[in-house]
Each structure stands twice: as C-alpha cells, then as structure tokens.
Design a protein around this ligand. Structure first.
Ligand code: FA5
Length: 333
C-alpha cells in the first residue's frame, strides 16, 4: 500500500506542478484529492487493514501525501496567480505619457507674431516704436483728436468707461490714436512712429470683431508731407507684410482727426477686398491741439487692426478661433 500511496502522491504532485493555469490546477486537485480520487479510495481501504498499527502507519502516510500535494498546490497557485495578474496588468496597461517625451517648442500667439512682424516691417521703413497707456483720459482718446465733448463722431466707438475721476473722464482706449497725441505733445517733428497696442470696445464678438483687440497706429509729421506719401507708405507696407500678390486701395471715409480721411483695404490674390484700417492726413486742429504749427508741418496717420491682419495672413475664418486656446487650432501654425 505504501507504493500505491507514493504513486498516487507523485501523480498528484506531477499534475499540480504541471498545471499551467489556476483553473487547471483546481481541476487537478479535485481529481487527485477529491472524494472520488485515488488517495480518497486508498483512505477508504484503511478499514480493511488487519492491525491498528498498520492502520495508523498507513493513515499517517496518506495524510503526509495529501499534505505534500496541498502544499505543492498552494505554491503553484501563488505562482500562477502572480503570473496571471502580471499578464492582466500588462494587457490593461494604458500609455498616459504624451506622444512625445521631448517637450515641443511652441510659438507666440498669432497676434503677437503679427505685431512683431509689423514692427519689423515699419522699423525697416524708418519708423520708431511708440507706446501709450491702455487706460486713457477723455482728452487723449477724443478731445485732442478733434472730438470735443458731445461730438457725434464719438459714437463711432462703443466706449468702455473706467470708474475713475469725474464721470466719463477716464476710458479704456477705444483705439491707438491717442498715442498720436501723446507723441505730438512730447516730441518735436519730424515724427515717424508706429504704436501697436491693445484696445477695447463694448462690442459683441463675431467673426471679424472682438471686444478686446489690437491696432497699430502710424504717425508721420514732417515738412511737405502729402497724401501721396500716405498712399505710397501703405502700398509698401502691404507688399512687405502680405507678400507681392497683395495690393491696397484707399476709399474715401470719415474720421474727425484726419482730413481727408480714407479706409484702407487690401486686395487678396483671389481679387476680393478686406478692410484693414483707417487713415488720412492729420487734421490741422489735431496738430494745433498738440502744439504743432499746422502752417509749418503736415502729416499723415493710420490705424490698422492687427487681429484682422493675423487672421488674413494665416487664412483663419473667425477671429474668435485665435482666442479659443484650443491646442488643435494652435498646432496648425
Ligand atoms: C479707428 O479706430 C481709427 N482710430 C483708425 C485711424 C487711425 C483712422 C488714424 C485715421 C487715422 P476703426 O474703428 O475703423 O478706426 O478701426 C480701425 C481698424 O481696427 C478696423 O479697420 C479693423 O481692422 C479693426 N477693428 C475695428 N473694430 C474691431 C473689432 N471689434 N475687432 C477686431 N478688429 C477691429
């Protein structure tokens, strides 16, 4: 019977150790250690043994054999479970790293890029850069620009007022034109400046309008400046900024601070036109208000929308997209 016990034990151990999954292992255990298994039937035969000592000795051998199989099964179960878990983890592993491990180089905002290129183009044409504050007084934003209080032309700009000083005396500048007055009241002609900056209007955003946007102001004051100088400068700028396929035109318009005044449009290679800004000869009243003798000096000024130029340059459909901060949009440029 000892041989039989050892044979059954060895067969059970071989089945347990050879199991390649927890399921197979449990099945093998059921077969070898279960009630109908070979070790169980040996146990049933203990009763047939002749002496108590024999029964005891064989019973002990059987118990040892079953314990050995149980211990081998525990060991195998742990090893299989660890392997199966590792496999599961690997199959469910999610790659949460960015597509590229190296940080990618971004770029400045499209409007900032346009702003910087505009500065380069105008510096190349001999202009200097000027600046003014975003919060302005009524005098610089309107009055110095030939718009006394209650002048109807003030309604051309949907003004946002700042709660500071006398009511209505402080505004978020509605255009960069107040920088003209700031330059003319502090610098002697000849003056050749451009002033890029942020401006504010109480307007609803749409494809071509933002309540906060950017303009670049240009101002030239010198002896003998004529409308031809203005037209030539604008044409030179258009080709330098947009490329040789673009030209410009000036349409008669009205601004209180320039006379004559014009609207500046560019012609795209497909023949369509886009309004980019206003311009004109600096009004004698503006020169005089800023302490410059209009008999001696004349000048021209212009104010272009930078956001619209960036939009046009990059073929963007809607200004609002440039401010959405959507990475899928930004990555296209
Ligand atoms: C002006 O603001 C004048 N100061 C321009 C000027 C300067 C005329 C010097 C004469 C001499 P206007 O409101 O048209 O003009 O604005 C000029 C340009 O700014 C527009 O042609 C357009 O390109 C841009 N612009 C105007 N409103 C918006 C807006 N809400 N969002 C984006 N761009 C705008």
């Amino acid at each position: 019977m000892i041989d039989e016990i050892e044979q059954c034990r060895d067969a059970a151990l071989a089945a347990v150790r050879g199991a390649d999954s927890v399921d197979v292992l449990e099945q093998a255990l059921g077969e070898h250690l279960g009630k109908r298994g070979p070790l169980a039937s040996l146990k049933a035969r203990l009763g047939t043994l002749a002496t108590v000592d024999e029964k005891k000795a064989m019973g002990q051998r059987l118990n040892e054999a079953m314990a050995a199989v149980g211990a081998a099964a525990d060991e195998r179960r742990m090893a299989l479970a660890a392997g199966e878990r590792a496999q599961l983890l690997e199959s469910e592993r999610m790659d949460l790293t960015e597509h590229q491990r190296e940080p990618r180089r971004g770029h400045a905002h499209l409007v900032t890029e346009a702003w910087e290129r505009l500065e380069d183009v105008f510096v190349g044409l001999g202009f200097k850069i000027a600046e003014g504050p975003e919060i302005e007084t009524d005098w610089y934003n309107f009055e110095a620009l030939n718009m006394p209080p209650s002048h109807p032309a003030r309604s051309m700009w949907d003004t946002l007022f700042v709660d500071h000083g006398a009511p209505g005396s402080t505004v978020l500048r509605t255009h960069t034109s107040p920088v003209q007055a700031r330059v003319m009241t502090t610098q002697e002609p000849p003056i050749y400046v451009v002033a890029p900056g942020r401006v504010f209007r109480n307007e609803t955003a749409d494809a071509t309008h933002m309540p906060v946007f950017h303009q670049i102001e240009g101002l030239v004051v010198d002896r003998g400046i004529s409308f031809a100088d203005l037209a030539g400068t604008i044409e030179a700028f258009t080709r330098a900024f947009f490329g040789p396929g673009f030209t410009s035109r000036l349409r008669p318009s009205f601004f209180p601070f320039t006379e004559p005044s014009a609207e500046f449009d560019i012609r795209r290679p497909d023949g369509s036109w886009l309004e980019l800004g206003g311009c004109g000869m600096v009004h004698p009243n503006v020169l005089a208000a800023c302490g410059i003798d209009p008999e001696e000096w004349s000048g021209f000024a212009f104010g272009f929308g930078i956001d619209r130029m960036a939009k046009e340059y990059h073929g963007v459909d809607d200004l609002r997209e440039m401010y959405s901060n959507d990475i899928r949009f930004i990555e296209q440029f």
